[in-house]
Design a protein around this ligand. Structure first.
Ligand SMILES: [Zn+2]
Length: 285
């Protein structure tokens, strides 16, 4: 940080150090209990609340029951509206719903950075797979059913939320979005906490030899879980580390959506028709 005379002012790293990441279950009691994974120490340090929701606590009925957060899967839009409001209320963002930035996800590597909210909402609607946000009172939501949600938070509370299916992961969206976050927050990527949410695990994610070999050549042999199973967590972590993340600041929820199809939406477990859970972030003023 430069002062007025152009000298470099050393900042005390301890003053800008986040608590190491953790993910614990929290419950918001509404009609039924809406459960989500979050990091309370992060919230205490930054006023930024992160959340990975599941399929419980909303108002949609089968095959979308019950907390479906996506408009693009065939569910009734009014029910999705209600579910989104419940999820926002659960993280203390109910009053900021008009400022929600939630992109049309297209399995690409485009990152929208929020400066003017209306402009960011327009850019997001045109297609993007990550959102960087340093603004308070501006919630961000991306939707998932087996793909990997990634949330990173900078020491000043700025955050990014990214969507990494195999295409996005291979394209490097986690690392690209972490780099964009660090640039926006004016910090090092190594200072950010990185959270990998529930997604289809290496236990269940069978893919083709061709896709698997592309992952191995880009991210290393650790992507290959045997029997043509792909370890997306490994690929996402390498993408984040290649972008400068500190491995001690990367946490993986360790929940396979297909193995836990009772509490999470899983595209593969459902045969392709299901709702979408969310990865959300929001910084209170
Ligand atoms: Zn599994």
């Amino acid at each position: 940080m430069a002062d007025g005379r152009g000298k470099i002012v050393q900042t005390d790293p301890e003053l800008h150090q986040l608590p190491l990441p953790q993910l614990v279950e929290s419950r918001y009691v509404c009609s039924e209990e809406l459960a989500y994974l979050t990091d309370d120490a992060l919230f205490a340090a930054t006023s930024t609340r992160i959340a990975f929701t599941g399929n419980v606590g909303g108002v949609s009925s089968a095959p979308y029951e019950s907390l479906n957060l996506s408009y693009t899967v065939g569910d009734d839009a009014a029910l999705v509206d209600a579910n989104r409001m419940l999820a926002l209320e659960a993280i203390g963002a109910g009053g900021a719903s008009q400022r929600l930035v939630s992109p049309l996800q297209v399995h690409g590597v485009k990152v929208v950075t929020v400066h003017d909210v209306a402009t960011a909402q327009e850019e997001a609607a045109a297609g993007a797979d990550a959102v960087v946000c340093a603004k308070a009172e501006t919630p961000v939501l991306l939707c998932f059913a087996d793909c990997t949600p990634v949330v990173c938070v900078a020491p000043n509370g700025a955050f990014m939320v990214a969507h990494a299916g195999w295409r996005g992961a291979l394209g490097g969206i986690p690392g690209i979005a972490l780099g964009a976050l660090a640039a926006e927050a004016g910090c090092e990527p190594s200072q950010c906490n990185c959270y990998i949410g529930p997604h289809i695990g290496a236990c269940c994610y069978e893919t083709s030899e061709e896709i698997l070999s592309q992952f191995v050549s880009k991210f290393g042999a650790g992507c290959d879980a045997g029997k043509r199973h792909l370890d997306l967590s490994f690929a996402v972590a390498v993408s984040l580390e290649d972008a400068g993340a500190d491995s001690r600041r990367i946490i993986d929820a360790g929940i396979c959506t297909k193995c836990h199809a009772d509490t999470y939406y899983s595209y593969r477990a459902s045969g392709g028709v299901c709702g979408r859970q969310g990865a959300l972030a929001f910084r209170k003023e």
